[in-house]
Write a protein that binds this ligand. Structure first.
Ligand code: 9MR
Length: 364
């Protein structure tokens, strides 16, 4: 009888897992991304905190990645708190888990992000009466925030996205009219780098942005970073986010890297890589399942991308994917609920054609 029950249970499991397409065991035979690119750059991944309690996620993370970024959990809105009397305090409970995990598994952490127009509470810019702070008070608040966060993780976070997405190519001076800009003025950017450097003189400090390879935006970022370097502002790198679609021009990415690397002493991190299977952010047709042809096109795109990254290993020191597997991607939620398959691993932890083309880019 016991044997019969066992046999039936086994059959049911096989039915659910294989026939119905449930989670399959991870292929332990495939190459490890971080080992394949060991001589080139670190391979990173952006993670939500829930992955740390999922053993299949942990296995995939530790096999392939040697760098990690908190997808949301080290942003100001995740760390900053205010008590009933309006007093500001900090909550590092969740952020600390990234550091612990990284240390346990021999990974480095990219800190994301300190100064950004988004995911920063609006009250942070205001006094207890709800009025915007004076320039001096805001500079002091920024200094204290950066000193507290960067200071806490001194020697534990190896690179920080100090300022995120400050460029707006449609403004006459190229700078976004964020609350940071409005309250402090354009020099909030260099002040942020100065404070971060004070808090951890050994951390690598980055300016990070998206669409950074579009010519107009690229030139504004180039000028901003070059001028800061020439003035002696402690900035060490440019973070190229690389949220891409299949319509993007990889040639422009190559040109942008070539241009950025003429700034003496600058490093480049690819900080938020993903490649949507669509050709636009508002596609007219949404796939129910990804057509094989499209997955192959995506694989070709990834191959070209990694060939370019590998041409520039003199400056590119970290390539980070924005998500572990397709179903965790922000692209599934951000533009309304939409199917997309932008990463190297599918819902079932299996490597996609894009994974193999990234691996193959090394043999060229
Ligand atoms: O992936 C993040 C998503 O979970 C959040 O909802 C979103 C909110 O702004 O931020 C996403 O991450 C962004 C990153 O912090 C900065 N560059 C763009 C990323 C994708 O929007």
């Amino acid at each position: 009888m016991k044997k019969l029950i066992f046999a039936i249970t086994l059959l049911l499991i096989v039915f659910t897992v294989i026939i119905k397409g449930g989670p399959q065991p991870m292929s332990s035979q495939i190459p490890s991304l971080k080992d394949v690119f060991l001589q080139d750059f670190k391979i990173g991944v952006a993670l939500p905190v829930r992955v740390f309690s999922n053993s299949m996620d942990v296995e995939l993370i530790t096999k392939h990645f040697n760098s990690m970024t908190a997808e949301n959990e080290m942003k100001p809105e995740s760390i900053l708190r205010r008590d009933a009397s309006g007093k500001i305090y900090y909550d590092f409970t969740v952020a600390d888990r990234y550091i612990e995990f990284a240390q346990k598994h021999g990974m480095v952490v990219r800190g994301h992000t300190l100064v950004w127009h988004s995911q920063t509470p609006e009250w942070f810019f205001k006094d207890e009466k709800g009025n915007l702070l004076s320039r001096e008070a805001m500079i002091e608040r920024m200094r204290e925030y950066i000193h507290t966060v960067v200071g806490r993780y001194r020697g534990k976070v190896y690179a920080w996205d100090v300022v995120n997405e400050a460029v707006d190519e449609n403004q006459p001076d190229g700078l976004r009219r964020s609350l940071w800009y409005q309250v402090i003025g354009p020099d909030y950017i260099e002040l942020a780098f100065k404070f971060a450097h004070e808090a951890d003189p050994d951390a690598l400090l980055f300016y990070n942005d998206y669409n950074e390879f579009f010519p107009k935006k690229r030139d504004i970022i180039f000028k901003l970073v070059k001028e800061m370097r020439e003035k002696g502002v402690p900035i060490h790198g440019i973070g190229m986010q690389q949220h891409l679609t299949l319509a993007d021009n990889v040639g422009w990415i190559d040109i942008a890297i070539q241009k950025f690397k003429t700034i003496s002493g600058i490093q480049i991190h690819i900080t938020e890589l993903d490649v949507s299977v669509y050709k636009s952010r508002s596609p007219s047709i949404i796939y129910q399942t990804p057509p094989l042809e499209v997955l192959k096109e995506q694989a070709e795109f990834y191959r070209k991308l990694f060939e370019i990254y590998r041409k520039h290993t003199d400056v590119i020191t970290n390539v980070t994917f924005w998500g572990l597997k397709d179903d965790y991607s922000w692209l599934r939620f951000f533009f309304g609920r939409r199917n997309d398959w932008p990463l190297l691993f599918d819902e079932n932890y299996q490597p996609k054609p894009a994974f193999w083309s990234v691996i193959e880019s090394v043999s060229k």
